[in-house]
Design a protein around this ligand. Structure first.
Ligand code: TMP
Length: 236
């Protein structure tokens, strides 16, 4: 498939048209941002790790009955995916209190919770992706009730599959962010990425952070954390 015009450049990825109108090419960058773009940097090797890890996990999820946008990995940084219209929501699933939940509710990071929590944020950079609930989503028409029921069902199933999968490589899946889209033929699929940029991974034994929080919080050892996750998941 031919790589044609660039359609879009995001904070971590570029998207190109291809000669198939139902397929786009995603190119992962090493650029990193945090605090909604206010903090900028580079994480050497991140693009390739996130591309390969995302593809590996999407293929595994497909085998477990989750429809995804994945089509084919072209090389370390480029992947063909189904063209989707993105549901304008960040779907966050949490197993252990951390990050913004800990801040908002005053619950120390690392506190286990009785059951997973799903949160939705409206994707809007100018507003810093504000948290919304199902009533806002239905009222604004961002997604219909059927789509939201499917999204919540998939999110919880993905959480069970991934939690078990990461546990086997000695990693606790603390929380993560998903995005969903609707393909040109009207099917709801998992889109975007699943990587150390979009998940909190803590070593099960030492609780060491193996994700982008090392960049967000200036902890150092950022590249090493991404490489450690690549080693555990991709066997690099
Ligand atoms: P939070 O605790 O900052 O709300 O983040 C929850 C999870 O979602 C965490 O694993 C990081 C991920 N996330 C993103 O992937 N993109 C975002 O823009 C935000 C705010 C969080």
């Amino acid at each position: 498939m031919k790589k044609l015009n660039q359609m879009y450049e995001g904070k971590a990825k570029k998207v190109f048209e291809t000669d198939d109108p139902s397929v786009v090419l995603v190119e992962y960058k090493d650029d990193a941002t945090a605090l909604n773009g206010k903090k900028k940097g580079t994480i050497q090797g991140k693009g390739a790790i996130n591309n390969r890890m995302t593809n590996h996990l999407m293929k595994m999820l497909e085998k477990n009955g989750i429809p995804t946008h994945y089509v084919e990995e072209i090389n370390d940084r480029e992947t063909l995916v189904k063209k989707v219209s993105i549901v304008p929501l960040e779907v966050i699933v949490r197993n252990v209190a951390a990050g913004s939940l800990s801040k908002r509710l005053g619950i120390p990071e690392g506190t286990p919770m009785r059951r997973p929590v799903i949160e939705y944020c409206y994707k809007c950079d100018e507003l810093d992706d504000p948290m919304v609930n199902e009533y806002h989503i239905a009222a604004m028409g961002w997604a219909d009730d059927r789509t939201m029921a499917d999204i919540a069902g998939y999110a919880l199933k993905i959480n069970s599959i991934l939690t078990r999968y990461f546990h086997e490589v000695g990693v606790d899946l603390i929380d993560f962010k998903l995005e969903f889209g609707v393909t040109t033929d009207g099917k709801l699929v998992l889109a975007d990425e699943i990587s150390p940029d979009t998940c909190r991974f803590w070593d099960s034994r030492t609780h060491e952070k193996l994700d982008k929080d090392r960049f967000r919080r200036d902890m150092g050892g950022v590249e090493a954390a991404y490489e450690e996750m690549a080693a555990r998941i991709l066997g690099d």
